[in-house]
Design a protein around this ligand. Sequence first.
Ligand code: GLU
Length: 424
Amino acid sequence: MAQAEATITDEFNAFTVAQRQFDIAADHLGLEDGLRLVLRTTKREFTTHFPVQMDNGDVEVFTGYRVQHDLGRGPAKGGIRYHPDVTLDEVKALAMWMTWKCAVVRLPYGGAKGGVVCDPKGMSLAELEKLTRRFTTELAPMIGPDSDIPAPDVNTNSQTMAWIMDTYSMHHGYSIPSVVTGKPVNVGGSEGRVEATGRGVVFTIESAAREIELDLADATVVVQGFGNAGSVAATLLRRDYKCRILAVSDTSGAIYSSAGIDPAQAVAYKRQNGALAGMPGTEPLTNEELLALPCDILIPAALENQILASNADRIQARIIAEAANGPTTPEADQILYENGQMLIPDILANAGGVTVSYFEWVQDKQAFFWKEAEINEKLRLIMTSSFAEVLAMAKQEHVDMRTAAYLIAVSRVADATRVRGIYP
Ligand code: GLU
């Protein structure tokens, strides 16, 4: 089959998955044809090929993308990821998911995402800085504090955001912190932003546990992916709720301990050794074994396409909380729903990150900063009330939690489009 055809029909193509999820909600809502066309298409797709001089003097050309899906409810918002497998279709899907995510938690933003095809693990800090500054320069026509505001995502962090903010500011001649969120605190970042995605995931798990009457003390947890979202969620579930973290994984492999893994120790071990694999007191597991472990809560916190028609039946968790974007395909959703498992969809579960990004942007714009306790409390309110709305919708419409979240999000974005009208 030709490459182009394979991309379009591939059941694991993230954009195809995103459109199928949207179609389920659009059908259920009886959305009119015109609006359906508008909302299942991205608004702008920007591709750039740009040079970076590497440490050895060679010039390499990198490919980067920024996609804006919808701007009906406000400026575009969404992270930038660095990964060898980034594709335009993946970034399009991630941009669409950001639109629904912002709508589910009522942030006044549309959705965007960016990505650069690169292997950041094989690059020096100096090379990453040059790549980031040049990509920011290429993105100049897209980004801005009132048009499109990037943030961290897979393999990018507060340092990356500081470079973006600095590069953009240098071009304007003065500091413009609100062009990007997820910055270090002393250059306009927000307290609590680093932990926000993981903390938000935990707030939704708390709500889900209450609903299914699961006692979180000694509840067993499995976390796939030990980046910013997964490691914080594991740490808070252990520290604040006394859950038992049975297994965690990163790109080096998965580790298991029936007595429980101390996430703080795992973070320290990974920092020192660069990988989780081999941590003393743990046994190695394959990724498939990790997902199929008997446990109460499974947190996919890595990449797309992890829970599929082929393995969904083996998942035993009662609650699946999607810290990652797009880890579950629509076929797998159906299987989990029929098996009575509660899946908290990405656009709700991991919305804590963009929520505190919004707080950061508001603080930057008013140049007045809040304390962490205030931020965490505001985050809790948004996450728990959004969860309650989605759960009520799921019960009312007899649908799974993802479809319920989409019904709410798509209605809000559709309403914005209708009331604004089609220009001209
Ligand atoms: N990359 C994060 C996400 O997928 C955060 C986006 C943001 O803060 O704008 O939600």
